[in-house]
Design a protein around this ligand. Structure first.
Ligand code: HEC
Ligand code: HEC
Ligand code: HEC
Length: 113
């Protein structure tokens, strides 16, 4: 390969990597989730991304779309409190038990009236 071709290839690779990184939509920094009569839940989304890194921990259960948890509950594809019990509080409890930094485990520290 000619030196010029190699340089062009390198530039193309840098551009592709840059564009892919910019395209990933990390969603809102903080998301307000509905909690029916118990009150709303203020969820620090980016903080979880920073700590947990793997998006699939949550997004293998529901897609990356605003309002999707309530949508799936309305369709009967998610049971009420399923995300809360099987995802949020489950992880917080496990981390608490392991003595690691964690999130809320009591109703009123998560639900705000
Ligand atoms: C600890 C759980 C959790 C992790 C980990 C997580 N998310 Fe989310 N994400 C949520 C929740 C909860 C919602 C809101 C769903 C709803 O509104 O019903 C959401 C919504 C979204 C949305 C749509 C809403 C918006 O603001 O645009 C995008 C995009 C998204 N996430 C991207 C990501 C990416 C990318 C990662 C990994 C870098 C990630 N998420 C990691 C829980 C998580
Ligand atoms: C870590 C945060 C967290 C804690 C702690 C928590 N919740 Fe939740 N709760 C949520 C989230 C997120 C939702 C919405 C998703 C779902 O329904 O799974 C929710 C949903 C609910 C709902 C509405 C379900 C529906 O659709 O009608 C009720 C009621 C509720 N929680 C009560 C409680 C009670 C009672 C406690 C304490 C025993 C509690 N929550 C503790 C996060 C939490
Ligand atoms: C796999 C583990 C895991 C899952 C799943 C998870 N969390 Fe957390 N959460 C954490 C950890 C770890 C922290 C502490 C982060 C820190 O201190 O930087 C945290 C912190 C929080 C806080 C911050 C409390 C404060 O000090 O401000 C809230 C609120 C919270 N989580 C709510 C939720 C809700 C609601 C869900 C479900 C949609 C959820 N979490 C799912 C691990 C998890």
């Amino acid at each position: 390969m000619k030196a010029k071709t190699v340089v062009l290839l390198i530039i193309a690779m840098i551009l592709i990597v840059g564009v892919t990184a910019a395209v990933e939509n990390k969603g809102a920094e903080r998301i307000t989730l509905a909690g029916d009569k118990s009150g709303k839940v203020s969820f620090p989304h980016h903080r979880h991304q920073d700590v947990l890194v793997d998006c699939k921990i949550c997004h293998s259960i529901f897609p990356q779309k605003a309002g999707i948890i309530e949508e799936l509950k309305a369709q009967g594809k998610l049971v009420k409190k399923q995300i809360m019990n099987e995802l949020c509080t489950k992880c917080h409890r496990e981390k608490k038990k392991a003595g690691e930094k964690t999130g809320p485990v009591t109703c009123k520290t998560c639900h705000i009236k």
